[in-house]
Design a binder for this molecule. Structure first.
Ligand SMILES: Cc1ncc(COP(=O)(O)O)c(C=O)c1O
Length: 358
């Protein structure tokens, strides 16, 4: 190996201070940190997928255009297939959006929110312009309009329902931004199946609207990485230039189609999660010193009178993993994803004990 090789001189200047995204893996915990679906994927649907994917399919590249899946999605959301693009999780689509529109430009984000917008924007050499949400975490409409009217801002991002705060933004508020924006307005509806008003009805009126959805949350497919995006065909034509041709593997395409064919099974699960969410929200709110924030998603943000670090670490020490989102915009806050009824009870009992023992 050459000793004169100077790696540092080759690395992009703007990535030098960047820290890789850290997703710690804890195998034996009650996992309530990533807003996944707590129910195992239905075995009957898994059996259908295995029947459908033949061994001969695995030695061929997948359908780059994901025609069958886009047709299924088209029936599900009543949007034409040519207005749909699929990705290896919405994470990949976020990167594609930033590479296509945000590179070397500014992108405005209603913060605090999902961290991948900042990460992928930076990877694409974009500059983050934070538009902080109001005290109750509603979006700052005027701030976003102001950002979206700057020529250097090419992308505006609003997550609804928002993570980690849990609140959704009415479509009318988003439309105020869309009406005045020269930028691409991304509305991330990853949690839409759990609540919040969708912006899908606005797609026909605004060519700069991009909606992101995912199979990772309500459909319990986080492990198979399937996300999708809805947009005007002109926007999709641009995004296709940066898309990896075979981004969605054979198995994931078949699995997502199978989910679409078995929707009632999954809808039953959303209902259970919503019932559990309302119950947990009430129970959390009844604990003295705990503030739980209203949510329309499958998670609840809360704070206690104790430091967030202490709650997080003590819960983890007792086998319950939640997310510590404490920071300047969310002082003392934590986020817990809805688990099964049993998991939620264990979380709640342990939290109460930690709080009671101060
Ligand atoms: C708002 C939001 N968008 C997108 C994602 C990522 O979805 P995917 O698993 O499809 O990449 C998440 C995951 O936590 C999220 O919270």
């Amino acid at each position: 190996m050459s000793t004169s090789f100077n790696l540092s001189a080759l690395v992009r200047e703007d990535l030098k201070g960047m820290v890789p995204y850290d997703a710690p893996y804890y195998p034996d915990v009650i996992k309530l940190d990533a807003n996944e679906n707590p129910y195992d994927f239905p075995p009957s649907v898994l059996a259908q997928i295995f029947r459908e994917v033949e061994s001969g399919d695995l030695c061929r590249y997948p359908d780059a255009a994901a025609v069958a899946l886009r047709k299924r999605l088209s029936d599900y959301i009543s949007v034409r297939p040519e207005n749909i693009m699929v990705g290896n999780g919405s994470d990949e689509l976020i990167l594609n959006l930033m590479l296509t529109f945000g590179a070397g430009a500014q992108f405005a984000v209603a913060t605090p929110t999902f961290s991948m917008y900042g990460v992928h924007g930076r990877i694409a050499s974009g500059t983050l312009l934070e538009v902080p949400r109001l005290e109750d975490y509603r979006i700052n409409v005027d701030g976003l309009i102001n950002a979206a009217s700057k020529p250097e801002v090419k992308v505006v991002v609003i997550c609804s329902p928002n993570s980690p705060t849990g609140n959704a933004t009415p479509a009318g508020e988003i439309e105020k931004v869309l009406r005045q924006a020269n930028a691409i307005v991304v509305v991330d509806e990853a949690y839409n199946e759990f609540g919040g008003e969708s912006c899908v009805p606005l797609l026909g009126s605004y060519a700069n609207l991009v909606i992101l959805r995912t199979f990772s949350k309500a459909f319990g497919m986080a492990g198979l990485r399937v996300g999708y995006l809805l947009a005007h065909t002109r926007v999709i034509s641009e995004l296709l230039k940066v898309k990896q041709p075979y981004n969605l593997n054979v198995f994931s395409q078949a699995a997502a189609c199978a989910v679409m064919r078995n929707l009632p099974l999954f809808e039953e699960r959303f209902k259970n999660i919503l019932q559990e969410r309302d119950k947990l929200y009430e129970e959390l709110s009844e604990i003295s010193g705990v503030q739980a924030f209203p949510t329309q998603a499958n998670f609840i943000m809360f704070r206690t009178a104790l430091p967030a670090d202490k709650i997080y670490n003590e819960l983890l020490g007792q086998g319950v993993l939640i997310r510590n989102v404490d920071g300047p915009l969310l002082p003392g806050c934590l986020r817990v994803s809805l688990g099964t009824a049993e998991e939620n009870k264990i979380f709640l009992d342990k939290l109460k004990k930690i709080i009671n023992s101060g």
